[in-house]
Design a protein around this ligand. Structure first.
Ligand code: 5RP
Length: 234
């Protein structure tokens, strides 16, 4: 099996394992990305085949579209008082359960939903585990009018910002909220909490992809010998 297919299978198994944690009647934050998508599919299957009844709170337009296709009932923030469990992927996970997210440009709403949930369960394959965050360029959602001012400030902080460009569309990626995303390469991120706060204090920044002290548990799909196993980091 090639590496790409192996990672796909790890994502699938960890997504399914997370969805197995969901109990009847829960309000569930529905994450964005290919790993979270496997969890959403499994929730749909459980609803159809096991009669599981849940309400979903999507973290992006794409999560909402998939959840609707699966027949899941959705809610917005004004319709709920709490979220029981959020299941979401990540681009990097460090040993302190700090994350980089936003590979799908959804980190602003993801941080609201995941942060609001009583339990935030992260689903990743083992390739996402790192000793130190920062090899993955940090996504920063920015108001379009402020993009050059923010790029200058991020450069002063030691980062190399690049406007994320569309695929099959000339020009910038536009987020679900109508903004741009900067992908910022830092040489290293020695103090994730400080950098998260510092970047969010720049005028024009909506949110950055550092998720510090938010994750309750990391479910990891990893290869053990010839088989994939799911392990938990709490
Ligand atoms: C989207 C995200 C995703 O959760 C992250 O990019 C991981 O994606 P995948 O599960 O496809 O590897 O943060 O904004």
């Amino acid at each position: 099996m090639d590496r790409k297919e192996l990672i796909r299978q790890m994502k699938q198994q960890v997504g399914i394992a997370a969805a197995q944690r969901v109990q009847d009647g829960m309000i569930v934050g529905l994450g964005t990305g290919s790993t979270a998508a496997f969890a959403i599919s499994e929730l749909g299957r459980r609803q159809r085949e096991e009669g599981l009844k849940i309400l979903g709170v999507p973290t992006s337009f794409s999560a909402a579209v998939q959840a609707k296709q699966e027949g899941l009932e959705l809610r917005t923030f004004d319709q709920i008082d709490q979220i029981d469990l959020a299941i979401d992927g990540a681009d990097e996970v460090d040993p302190h359960k700090n994350l980089i997210k936003g590979g799908g440009a959804a980190h602003t709403l993801e941080k609201i939903v995941d942060g609001w949930a009583d339990t935030f369960l992260v689903v990743v394959d083992e390739s996402k585990l790192v000793e130190h965050l920062g090899a993955f360029p940090l996504p920063v959602e920015v108001l379009p009018v402020a993009v050059y001012a923010v790029m200058e400030q991020l450069t002063k902080l030691g980062g190399i910002p690049q406007i994320r460009l569309g695929v099959k569309k000339d020009g910038p990626v536009i987020t679900d909220h109508g903004n741009f995303v900067l992908d910022v390469q830092f040489p290293n991120i020695p103090d994730p909490p400080k950098l998260e706060q510092t970047i969010n204090n720049l005028p024009g920044v909506l949110e950055n992809g550092l998720f510090v002290n938010l994750a309750d548990e990391i479910l990891i799909g990893r290869l053990q010998g010839e088989t994939i196993e799911i392990i938990s980091q709490v």
